[in-house]
Design a binder for this molecule. Structure first.
Ligand SMILES: [Zn+2]
Ligand SMILES: [Zn+2]
Length: 254
C-alpha cells in the first residue's frame, strides 16, 4: 500500500506544530519538513526530509509503502559516508551496505532506510580523512580514531529513534550486524522485534577494516563467506510477515 496524498498532508500538518523535549544526550527534536516521491534504480520510494532544532543536519528517511501504524517494519539506519556512498571508496563497505539495503527494501511492501548525516561514524569528514592518513602509518580504524581523541564510535541513535516515531512506526526489524544499534534504539523507546542480518563480502581493501570492526567493536561479521557466526545463522523474527517477505529477508546475500 502506498502513501496517499491525504496521509502526506496529515503528517506534514501534524509535524508543523510538533515539539518535544528531544531525544539523546543533545535533546534533539526533529520534524518532517517535506515529503516527495522518489523513484530510484532500487524501486519507488518516498523521501522524507527532516528538520532538527540543534544543528543544520538534514537527515532523510527513504520510505517504501505506507509505514504508519505498522508492525515489524524492516529498517536500515545508514550513516552518511561521502567517500564510500558517493565516490565508491574501497576503504569501507558503506556503499555496498547502502545499495544492498535499498535493493532489499525496494522489493518489500514496506521498509525504511534512515540516511543519517553523521559522516565518519560521527567524527566528521575532515577527521575521517585524518584517520585514514593515520591508518597509512600503521594504525587500524579504532586506534586511529582513538589517536584523534574520539571514542571508537561517536554515533547516537536518538535522532534515528525520533525519526521512526515521527514516521509513526509501531515496531521494527533492524537490518544490521551491530547489536549496539539494537540496544541503543531500544533505550530510546523503539520496539525492535528482530534483526535481519546484513552480510557483505569483504574486498581486498576493506577486509582489515571489517575484521577490526568485528574484533574491536563487536560486529557480527565473519570473513569466510561460507560459514556464518551463530548469531547470523539465527532465523530473523518473522511474526506477521508474508511468505514472500520471509523468503526475502532470510536470504543471506542480497
Ligand atoms: Zn520532537
Ligand atoms: Zn564508509
Amino acid at each position: 500500500m502506498t502513501l496517499t496524498h491525504m496521509k502526506i498532508q496529515e503528517l506534514l500538518d501534524e509535524n508543523k506544530s510538533h515539539e518535544c523535549d528531544g531525544f539523546g544526550p543533545d535533546n534533539v527534536c526533529v520534524n518532517i519538513a517535506a515529503i516527495a516521491e522518489l523513484p530510484s534504480r532500487f524501486g519507488d520510494f518516498h523521501i522524507f526530509a527532516f528538520y532538527n532544532n540543534k544543528d543544520d543536519k538534514e537527515h532523510v528517511a527513504i520510505v517504501r509503502g505506507d509505514v504508519t501504524d505498522s508492525e515489524d517494519v524492516p529498517v536500515r539506519v545508514h550513516s552518511e559516508c561521502l567517500t564510500g556512498d558517493v565516490i565508491g571508496s574501497l576503504r569501507c563497505d558503506c556503499r555496498d551496505q547502502l545499495e544492498s539495503a535499498l535493493t532489499m527494501i525496494g522489493k518489500l511492501e514496506k521498509g525504511i532506510l534512515l540516511y543519517m548525516r553523521q559522516e565518519g561514524r560521527g567524527i566528521g569528514l575532515v577527521n575521517k580523512i585524518r584517520a585514514y592518513g593515520l591508518q597509512e602509518h600503521g594504525y587500524d580504524t579504532v586506534q586511529a580514531n582513538m589517536a584523534l581523541g574520539f571514542r571508537d564510535d561517536e554515533r547516537d541513535y536518538g535522532v534515528a529513534a525520533h525519526m521512526l516515531m515521527s514516521l509513526k512506526v509501531r515496531s521494527i526489524l533492524l537490518i544490521t550486524n551491530n547489536p549496539k544499534k539494537i540496544e541503543n534504539l531500544t533505550c530510546h523507546g523503539i520496539v525492535v522485534n528482530g534483526r535481519i542480518p546484513h552480510i557483505m563480502e569483504p574486498n581486498d581493501y576493506n577486509r582489515f577494516y571489517l575484521e577490526t570492526k568485528a574484533l574491536k567493536s563487536g560486529h557480527l561479521i565473519d570473513f569466510s563467506g561460507k560459514t556464518h557466526l551463530p548469531e547470523q545463522a539465527d532465523p530473523p523474527h518473522v511474526r506477521g510477515m508474508s511468505e514472500d517477505l520471509i523468503q526475502l529477508v532470510t536470504q543471506k546475500h542480497i
